[in-house]
Write a protein that binds this ligand. Structure first.
Ligand SMILES: C=CC1=C(C)c2cc3[nH]c(cc4nc(cc5[nH]c(cc1n2)c(C)c5CCC(=O)O)C(CCC(=O)O)=C4C)c(C)c3C=C
Ligand code: FE2
Length: 486
């Protein structure tokens, strides 16, 4: 890196907690944990390079939402995604490996007034059996869950009413068997508190908010609180490691529509972390849980590691380009590589669970594979839920009860299940690192003082491009699943 470039970057680096010692002369950063020299860049979905923070042409003021010249169009280099696989999970390093001093978060327009917010996105679940049918209505009324052709969209709500009423008895039975409601709100609140503490421990004081898509606290409630608290910089962190149109995509679409309508929110600098399954901290935390749970078997090396991911309809992947399947497969690959590096060479497989309705879902289906494995003589199996980071109905009821029963019936004698990450401290620490790494890329939806002028959109979704939202996000959004943790 030449002297001119370095001097242009220094104010920016200082602002985000770097000093010269973070750079070596190859424009790389020395990662303290891994001792690898890493390129300084952030990556989005699938390891696609979305933003090289040090290739910004702007300086500190590029984060100033009132400065049009330095908005994303002028100040950031956005790349058409290039597949940059991260086969060992150790090849990328992000801007967040150096400490981020909270009191240093200043910009010319926000000196020492910076109030950081982190918004956790999650699905939500019914808290009582009484909530089940209205929760299901909200879920099926989501055009990212039941995707109707434009011509038939007027049927969305009546259809949601019908399906929710028909589905409610089965769902209620499931929720009744796990104590009468979903544990999701409680666990997500605990994760929010733990994340707040982890950020504080890294000198990044922040408020952490929870926005559920289909039940309380709804996105609107969280956003109201963010406004009340006068947050000046926001990181949006979906609690789904992998991106799907039906989960992260849906939540971000709602958020975007709320922000669009609001003058304050549309000028709030926002970073969206779209997926983070490649992060080393996450991969290691998953590997830790698997390693620990394998020890419960009398012959640990003989247990099949059975990854079970929540499914999506095949059309999401094949017609709408949902990256979910590809990300899931890469995620499993990374976890298995980490296990191999620890000397764990068990057989493994991936299957998809929780299908609903008559359409084709991603295959192979978990229930079918369990039966086949039993027939093939597999005697020990460790189930690993992998698409979600909290215990919920699909771990507690579907895996622990239905699938366990099926597996035992099919001849699999020894059954184990890896717990969800919940508040595992290495995992929460890694989320805190992800937040810190994302802070510098916060940009506002509108760069003008009038809310009508939204010439830049950090949410990156084209108006009217609903079905392809997930894809448009990938191409346009500047934020980032950074793959390295401090
Ligand atoms: C990555 C996680 C999830 C994906 C992908 C997903 C897609 C998806 N889900 C449905 C239908 C239902 N999901 C339900 C509950 C539910 N789903 C997830 C996660 C993903 N869903 C969670 C975390 C929960 C909440 C669990 C809780 O504890 O409350 C339900 C309700 C439960 C039930 O009746 O089975 C339904 C229905 C579809 C149609 C879909 C993709 C299009
Ligand atoms: Fe679901």
């Amino acid at each position: 890196m030449d002297a001119a470039t370095t001097s242009r970057l220094l104010p920016l680096m200082k602002l985000y907690g770097y000093d010269r010692s973070c750079l070596n002369h190859n424009s790389s950063m020395l990662c303290p944990r891994t001792r690898h020299a890493m390129p300084i860049c952030c990556h989005s979905l699938d390891g696609q390079q979305s933003l090289d923070i040090f290739s910004r042409k702007g300086s500190v003021s590029s984060f100033d939402s009132n400065d049009k010249k330095n908005s994303i169009h002028g100040g950031l280099s956005l790349h058409v995604p290039v597949q940059r696989r991260n086969p060992v999970g150790k090849m990328f390093c992000s801007v967040g490996v150096c400490p981020y001093p909270g009191n240093a978060i200043e910009s010319p327009s926000h000196t020492s007034e910076e109030k950081i917010g982190v918004l956790l996105l999650n699905l939500g679940g019914p808290e009582t059996l009484h909530d089940v049918q209205p929760f299901l209505f909200n879920l099926f009324a989501d055009p990212d869950i039941i995707r109707l052709p434009r011509l038939f969209q007027f049927l969305q709500q009546p259809l949601a009413q019908l399906i929710s009423v028909l589905r409610a008895p089965k769902s209620k039975e499931g929720y009744a068997s796990i104590g009468g409601g979903s544990p999701l709100r409680k666990i997500t609140d605990e994760q929010a508190s733990a994340l707040k503490m982890a950020l504080e421990a890294k000198d990044v004081p922040a408020n952490v908010y929870v926005a559920m898509r289909y039940w309380h606290p709804f996105t609107e409630e969280a956003v109201k609180q963010i406004k009340r608290d006068k947050v000046t910089r926001l990181v949006v962190l979906p609690l789904y490691p992998q991106y799907s149109i039906s989960t992260t995509g849906s939540s971000i679409r709602v958020l975007q529509s709320i922000f669009r309508e609001d003058a304050y929110l549309s000028r709030l600098p926002v970073s969206i972390i779209q997926s983070w399954y490649q992060r080393e901290g996450y991969i290691q935390s998953m590997a830790d849980l698997i390693e620990e749970e394998l020890q419960m078997f009398s012959k640990p090396q003989e247990a099949m590691i059975f990854f079970s991911a929540h499914g999506v309809p095949v059309s999401y992947v094949e017609d709408a380009g949902d990256p979910y399947k590809a990300q899931m497969e890469e995620c499993i690959h990374l976890i298995m590589q980490e296990l191999k590096a620890r000397g764990i060479n068990n057989n493994h497989t991936l299957a998809y669970q929780s299908r609903v309705g008559p359409v084709q879902w991603l295959k192979p289906y978990t229930d079918e594979v369990l039966v086949e494995l039993g027939q093939k003589g597999v005697k020990s199996l460790l189930a690993v839920p992998v698409s979600f980071v909290s215990e919920h109905i699909e771990t507690l009821e579907e895996i622990d009860m239905e699938y366990k029963h099926l597996a035992l019936e099919s001849g699999i004698a020894n059954w184990g299940r890896v717990p969800a990450l919940n508040c595992t401290s290495s995992f929460i620490t890694d989320l805190a690192n992800a937040v810190i790494e994302a802070l510098p890329s916060a940009t506002a939806m509108s760069t003008s003082n009038t809310s009508e002028d939204d010439d830049h959109d950090p949410f990156g979704v084209e108006q009217g491009g609903r079905v392809m939202d997930g894809i448009v996000f990938q191409l346009k959004t500047s934020v980032t699943a950074c793959t390295k943790s401090a």
